[in-house]
Ligand binder design. Structure first.
Ligand code: LLP
Length: 433
């Protein structure tokens, strides 16, 4: 039943998360409530750090992709663990900086950075830019020249790999809106251009093939394609890339029939593919960067809701409506993403009601999950837990229907602390002039 070992049941028949009673947490902090298991986050970071240190050359590092979830205390955890970060906006840069994160270890992504974004990131000392195309490269050259610096960059390339994930999160294909394609020759043209720029220090190349990826060997294939490109650039231009960033994407377990990925073993497989390709191509091994987001925070998150209504439509279906929905978790509405839903205060009861768990927004598409099994007696006031919500829930939350965003409570070593406060009604009107 459980997708991660930080879930359990106590003697009261309540769901526990990170060893704590979720019903007690709901009573103390209210619902909807995002819980995050800090110990699990640190454990996931250490798995990446240890495996990358063991298998890849010096200078290799995991960069936490803050798009999965970003708030001050999370960046503090990343800093304490020695992770680098991938940032995609001035908002993420500002949040990380305010938390004391050393931005020299930040990589700035995005396919449409404005001149203002570029200037802001440079002024704050962001370590490297991951450049999407020629216009951005020229804008970086101009801003770096003004400051009299040489800005480290990676060029984002598309290796042309289809990961067979859902289209909306599949980015490594040739026709992607991201990066420059190797296949069309645009990657090479961009590289040649970068090498002519005096204020740009080309550190290497980047690719990101997709998200929630389980497919056997896609990272190995991407690494091989990227290294072949690096070898051809070395031959044509005498330039040898120092870093290769293979992006993020490892999948996590949302439901019991999703596989469990052994990240350390996956990293060892990628390392072997990198070594083999470098030996075959007679290349020095570049430092390898990975950008995990989901696999660092997803199963460290759980959302708690209170049931407001249970509606049975005889001969049709049953609904369990909760006090949150697509505003705090838009992933079913966007991607039909699967989730495990549990009745947190009735874990000892049989789940005999098949229902749709729906949100409170004024929209039929506001669904958290369909075909969920919950206790037959579930009623107003009961608690529904949605598991594995640590990635792309808080970060994609909105104030749709003028709903305040839930707080984030961090759980660690049996203690709980609020890391992000619940939005108030006044927060909602704060910017109204
Ligand atoms: N690096 C780059 C360049 C990315 O675009 C992404 C995710 C990552 C790293 C992190 O990938 P992860 O390890 O988290 O899979 N909102 C969607 C996911 C979009 C992913 C976008 N890019 C969802 O909720 O499933």
């Amino acid at each position: 039943m459980f997708t991660c070992d930080n879930l359990g049941v106590n003697g009261a028949g309540h769901l526990t998360f990170a060893g704590q009673d979720t019903a007690a947490l709901a009573a103390e902090y209210g619902t909807p409530l995002y819980l995050m298991d800090e110990d699990r986050i640190r454990q996931c970071c250490r798995t990446y750090l240890r495996a990358m240190r063991e298998h890849f050359p010096a200078g290799s590092a995991p960069l936490y992709a803050g798009k999965a979830c970003a708030f001050g205390q999370l960046y503090r955890i990343m800093s304490e663990e020695g992770m680098g970060i991938d940032v995609v906006s001035c908002g993420e840069i500002h949040t990380a900086a305010r938390a004391g994160f050393d931005l020299a270890n930040a990589y700035f992504h995005g396919n449409c950075k404005t001149d203002a974004d570029i200037a802001y990131a440079m002024d704050r000392g962001v370590g490297a830019f991951v450049v999407d195309g020629a216009e951005e490269l020229d804008a970086i050259e101009a801003e770096a020249e003004k400051r009299g610096i040489r800005q480290a960059v990676l060029l984002r390339l598309t290796p042309g790999i289809d990961t067979h994930t859902y289209e909306a999160v599949n980015t490594g294909k040739v026709d992607s809106k991201f990066g420059s394609a190797i296949e069309t020759g645009q990657a090479e043209t961009l590289t040649a251009h970068a090498l002519t720029l005096r204020h740009v220090d080309l550190a290497g190349f980047h690719c990101h093939i997709g998200s929630q990826v389980f497919a056997e060997d896609v990272f190995e294939r991407a690494a091989a394609i990227m290294l072949e490109f690096i070898a051809s650039v070395r031959k044509e231009h005498g330039y040898t890339a120092r870093r290769l960033d293979l992006g993020g994407g490892y999948g996590v377990r949302y439901v019991a029939d999703d596989p469990v990925l052994d990240i350390a073993a996956k990293i060892a497989d990628v390392a072997k593919a990198v070594k083999d390709a470098c030996a075959r191509l007679d290349l020095p091994e570049p430092a390898i960067l990975l950008e995990p987001g989901r696999s660092i925070v997803a199963d460290a998150g759980l959302t708690l809701y209170t049931v407001g209504a249970v509606k049975h439509i005889p001969g049709y279906k049953s609904y369990v409506a909760i006090d949150g929905g697509m505003a705090d978790n838009p992933r079913y509405a966007l991607y039909r993403s699967r989730y495990t839903c549990l009745c947190a205060n009735r874990m000892a009861e049989a789940n005999e009601l098949v229902c749709s768990v729906v949100g409170r927004c004024c929209e039929s598409g506001d669904i958290i999950q369909e075909g969920v099994s919950l206790p037959g007696g579930i009623r107003r006031g009961d608690l529904v837990a949605v598991c594995t919500t640590g990635a792309y829930n808080y970060s994609m939350a909105s104030n749709y229907n003028r709903l305040p965003r839930p707080p984030i409570v961090l759980l660690s070593g049996g203690k709980a602390r609020v890391a992000v406060a619940r939005e108030s009604l006044d927060d909602l009107t704060r910017l109204d002039l």
